[in-house]
Design a protein around this ligand. Structure first.
Ligand SMILES: Nc1ncnc2c1ncn2[C@@H]1O[C@H](COP(=O)(O)OP(=O)(O)OP(=O)(O)O)[C@@H](O)[C@H]1O
Ligand SMILES: Nc1ncnc2c1ncn2[C@@H]1O[C@H](COP(=O)(O)OP(=O)(O)OP(=O)(O)O)[C@@H](O)[C@H]1O
Length: 564
């Protein structure tokens, strides 16, 4: 199935200007391509033109043509498009049709009239590939964010379509499952010859397996269309605010010049010998010792246990503390209970046993409202938080609830809109925003309230590097200047390395480790237990024969922080 966009332009009815401008792009049958680009650049819109959601479900004006296998999509209907293109959507909640995980995976098979006996086997085998076989009877809506993402992946794997489109398949997946997902996509691609299109901000993770081409979008246009080696060796990623792989950042930090001939797109193909002297030199020159942590307690979690069903403990005797002014992360496998900890801190759930103290006060004595005055939480899925139609009102709502006068509300909201890169959208309805832009709105809504403890659940999911850097630098400023304590829950190891000092690792419902990030990331066996993976920074140091990998990681963290 060849895909051919010719002079293709698309404008949403709700917007004045076109979102896709004069796109000329051919994707050949059986190709595997990645689409990258800043948030709001039109990646999902391009994907939706392919799967027929545009123009059949979402209205707008198109000009030029989009042909799939020579057929203009204007002559097809939505049903015909979905029979050609299978999609894993960015917001998985909108995608579930079954009452259980098993039914959901089986849905596509029912449509294909697969016989019952085969159906059970196919569903089981597919669920096993994405580690869902234990929870086939659970409702998709009772799953953690990453588990939902796995259900969507499984659903599309059984689809009998020629083109597979993945819109941010990795956003909520833990690192190990993310790698497994990329392996699965790679197998599907090689075994079936299907055309595969992956839209993703986590470029290094996608490049875990080879791809044919990377297409870069910016403001509705295609600004690059080249091989991964060409792109990684160029300055284009940096210019367009897209994060380069960690090992490339480390090589550049050491002053190495990387060319296409070095085959830099994959760690496994990169010729490292050439760079060894520079890396060693940089490491020996830049090592500085860790700064000691502040020891005044803000939050103390004591022996916390919680079970949703009264049978299996989601959290089992978990204890940790967070000091005032710290920037800490919680890491762990999908479904290990990280978001559950957040719900217990907020008071949405009550612990079965154990307690949580804030500033020496037992939170069991405080209502949800009282807790929300001190603790701000940004949930994983922005669509679970938004309750107003207009962006300004959404961000202003918390301040207005506190009875703050309108002039102050306006000033604070404008300041935060600017900081979060949302100023030009202030009069927009939230519906007209991309997923990443919505996520930024929800972060702005909480940041404007300047909480004492800020908890960010997957802050970078769906965010491009440029926007997330702006936002995280602002969060870091809140942390450094105002002493606001920050807790992030994330599967984004690059983010965790860049910003947090200490990581709390949860595995199999229990606390597995609580240590500085450079210590955590230099222990492969520990990472493995929590479905985390070593980063390419570790692999680089290892390949260079550096003994104290924790020190090497620490050097890199210091370098990044200084050069932001
Ligand atoms: N349903 C819609 N109605 C009107 N405008 C929309 C709609 N969906 C997206 N847009 C607009 O189109 C632009 C591109 O959005 P799109 O979702 O394609 O971006 P994206 O590159 O996928 O971003 P992200 O990485 O944040 O998901 C955005 O500026 C957004 O405001
Ligand atoms: N409302 C609910 N009812 C029943 N079980 C639930 C509910 N919410 C979560 N669970 C289960 O509790 C476990 C922990 O979920 P939680 O959302 O805390 O995980 P998580 O570590 O945040 O995962 P992720 O990294 O995927 O976001 C999961 O196995 C999930 O299926």
């Amino acid at each position: 199935m060849t895909i051919e966009f010719s002079n293709f332009t698309f404008k949403y009815w709700a917007l004045e200007k076109p979102t896709l401008k004069n796109i000329n792009l051919t994707i050949g049958k059986g190709e595997k391509v990645v689409i990258v680009g800043p948030s709001g650049s039109g990646k999902s819109t391009l994907g939706q033109c392919l799967n027929g959601l545009i123009p059949f479900a979402v209205k707008g004006d198109c000009s030029g043509s989009l042909k799939i296998n020579g057929k203009d999509t204007k002559s097809l209907d939505l049903h015909q498009c979905t029979n050609i293109v299978g999609t894993v959507l960015q917001d998985t909640d909108g995608q579930f049709v079954g009452l259980s995980v098993g039914e959901d995976i089986a849905f596509a098979l029912e449509n294909q009239m697969v016989i019952q006996e085969d159906m059970h086997t196919i569903v089981k085998d597919t669920a096993k590939m994405v580690e869902l076989d234990d929870i086939l009877d659970v409702s998709p809506f009772d799953l953690s964010g990453g588990q939902k993402q796995r259900v969507s992946l499984a659903g599309v794997m059984v689809d009998d379509v020629d083109i597979l489109l993945f819109d941010e398949p990795l956003a909520s997946l833990d690192p190990k499952t993310g790698k497994a997902a990329i392996d699965i996509i790679d197998h599907l691609h090689r075994d079936t010859g299907k055309t595969v299109i992956i839209i993703e901000h986590r470029l290094e993770d996608v490049l875990h397996r080879p791809v044919d081409r990377i297409i870069m979008m910016e403001q509705g246009e295609i600004v690059a269309n080249m091989t991964p080696d060409q792109l990684i060796a160029s300055d284009l990623l940096e210019q367009h605010g897209i994060r380069e792989p960690l090992y490339i950042s480390a090589l550049k930090a050491a002053g190495c010049q990387i060319t296409e001939d070095d085959k830099p797109a994959y760690f496994s193909t990169l010729n490292l010998d050439k760079f060894k002297p520079q890396i060693e030199n940089w490491y020996h020159q830049s090592f500085v010792a860790c700064t000691p942590e502040n020891s005044e307690r803000l939050l103390t979690v004591n022996n916390l246990s919680y079970s949703y069903d009264g049978i299996k403990n989601t959290l089992d005797d978990v204890s940790f503390h967070i000091n005032k002014g710290e920037f800490v992360s919680i890491l762990g496998k999908n479904g290990s209970g990280k978001s559950t900890i957040t719900r217990l801190i907020m008071g949405v759930l009550e612990p079965d046993t154990g307690s949580i103290f804030m500033n020496g006060q037992d939170l069991a004595q405080s209502s949800i409202f009282e807790r929300s005055q001190k603790i701000g939480i940004v949930l994983q899925n922005p669509n679970h938080m938004i309750s107003h139609h207009m962006i300004f009102d959404e961000i202003a709502s918390g301040l207005r609830n506190r009875g703050i006068n309108e002039a102050t509300v306006e000033r604070k909201v404008f300041d935060i809109l600017e900081l979060c890169g949302l100023k030009k959208y202030r009069h927009w309805p939230i519906d007209a925003l991309s997923y990443g832009q919505k996520k930024r709105v929800t972060i702005a809504t909480i940041l404007v309230l300047e909480p004492e403890l800020l908890i960010l659940d997957e802050p970078t999911a769906g965010q491009d590097y440029h926007h997330y850097t702006l936002m995280m630098e602002f969060v870091r400023e809140l942390n450094r200047k105002l002493g606001i304590t920050i807790l992030i829950i994330s599967h984004d190891m690059h983010l965790v390395l860049e910003y947090t000092q200490r990581a709390i690792v949860i595995a199999n419902s229990q606390l597995l480790a609580d240590a500085p990030v450079n210590t955590i990331f230099s222990q492969p066996a520990l990472l493995e237990k929590a479905n985390l993976t070593v980063t390419s920074l570790y692999s680089l140091a290892h390949a260079m024969g550096i003994e104290r990998i924790d020190n090497f990681i620490h050097c890199f963290i210091e370098h990044e922080a200084k050069n932001k």
